[in-house]
Every structure is written in C-alpha cells, then in structure tokens.
Ligand binder design. Structure first.
Ligand code: FMN
Length: 189
C-alpha cells in the first residue's frame, strides 16, 4: 500500500487530473464481468475504499461475489497498478464521514440519484435534484441518504507496471500475500 500511495502521489504531482480514479471490476451472480470507474478513498493507509449507492449494479455484484479487482492508470507516468481482494461494506460511521466531506450539490445529488436504475430522461434527475434543494434549503444540514454506502477492499495481490521504455520491456512486479508475508515476484514483462 505504501508503494501504491507513493505512485499515486507522484501522479498527482506530475499533474494527473484525477490520480484517485480506479477502474473497479466486479462479476455478477451469473459470472458476467462489469467494469466502471470510482474514486478511491484511502482507509487507514492499508485499505482501498470507495463510496457509492447501495442499490447500484456494483453493490448487487459485490453482495453476490465479493472478490473484485481495481486498476489505476496514470498515463502521466506510464504506470499502472492492479489490486485484487475482497470487498466488504464500510462502517456506517465511515460512510457518513465521507458523505459529509462532499460538496453541498454532491450531497443533494446523492438524494436525487437512483444509481443504475433506468429513468425516462435526464429531466427526472433534474426534478429530483430541485425537490432535494427545496427539502433542504441552503443552511440546512443534508442528512445521509439511506442508500448511501461504501466498500473497503482488503488487498491480497498488487501488481505494479512501469511502462514507457522504447523496447516495451516493462518493469512488472507482483506482490502476493502468503500468510502474513508479502511475496514479491518480478514478471517477464
Ligand atoms: C470520473 C468518474 C468518477 C466516478 N466516481 C464514482 C464514485 O466514486 N462512486 C460511484 O458510485 N460512481 C462513480 N462514478 C460513476 C461510475 O463509473 C458508474 O457509472 C456508477 O457508479 C454506476 O455503476 P454500476 O451500475 O456498475 O454500479 C464515477 C464516474 C466517473 C467517470
């Protein structure tokens, strides 16, 4: 995790516009893969967290199959990190803390959203947002929606790739947890 966080910090310094973005891969109950981007929230420097809607596709997938993979891509540095592990629900307190860190429009947006559910058109979302604004006018605290949640991934494997060499022979290191020890393997690109 220290290496992951240091690569992320280096990407931020190199001007990466969203160094916390990670592609999250899940599989649904029938084994079909699904992929989307989410923003990483570091949890106590050793876990990978993200927040989301508990009614979303990813939440349903994780309930059926908790093993996930995430991938960070930092093109500024020609680097990629993949992580595999099991996702578990974040504590309610932690999810609430993340909610209160959001901007006011984002908090209202969480009430207006019904993530991954089909709607007739964009107007449905705009109307739901306007209703949330009327319900909690400026200066009123916006409470945590019941569907607001988050997940924490406990990493069992990391893979670090440094690309960008003219010969395309990337540096590729894999770290796997064996008992309590991280075992490093250098892969043949
Ligand atoms: C830049 C960016 C950041 C995003 N961050 C999040 C996030 O932190 N949490 C989230 O639930 N969705 C986030 N999304 C939306 C997801 O990619 C996805 O569309 C949504 O979560 C629904 O996914 P699902 O139906 O597979 O669950 C983000 C999308 C983009 C493009």
């Amino acid at each position: 995790m220290r290496l992951l966080l240091s690569w992320q910090a280096a990407a931020r310094e190199a001007g990466d516009p969203q160094a916390d973005l990670m592609a999250l891969s899940t599989t649904d109950a029938s084994g079909e893969p699904r992929l989307r981007n989410v923003s990483m929230k570091p949890i106590e420097d050793h876990l990978i967290g993200f927040v989301t809607d508990g009614r979303s596709g990813k939440a349903r997938d994780i309930a059926a199959r908790p093993r996930v993979a995430v991938m960070f891509t930092w093109m500024t540095l020609r680097r990629q990190v993949t992580v595999r592990g099991a996702a578990v629900r974040m504590s309610e307190e932690r999810a609430a803390r993340e909610f209160h860190r959001r901007s006011r429009p984002a908090r209202l947006g969480s009430w207006a959203s019904h993530q991954s559910a089909p709607i007739t058109d964009r107007g449905v979302l705009d109307a739901a947002f306007a209703a949330a604004e009327r319900r909690w006018p400026e200066g009123t605290p916006v409470p945590v929606p019941p569907h607001w949640t988050g997940y924490v991934i406990d990493p069992a494997e990391f893979e670090f790739v440094q690309a960008g060499r003219p010969d395309r022979l990337h540096d590729r290191d894999r770290y796997r947890l064996a008992g309590d020890t991280w075992v490093r393997q250098v892969l043949g690109s």
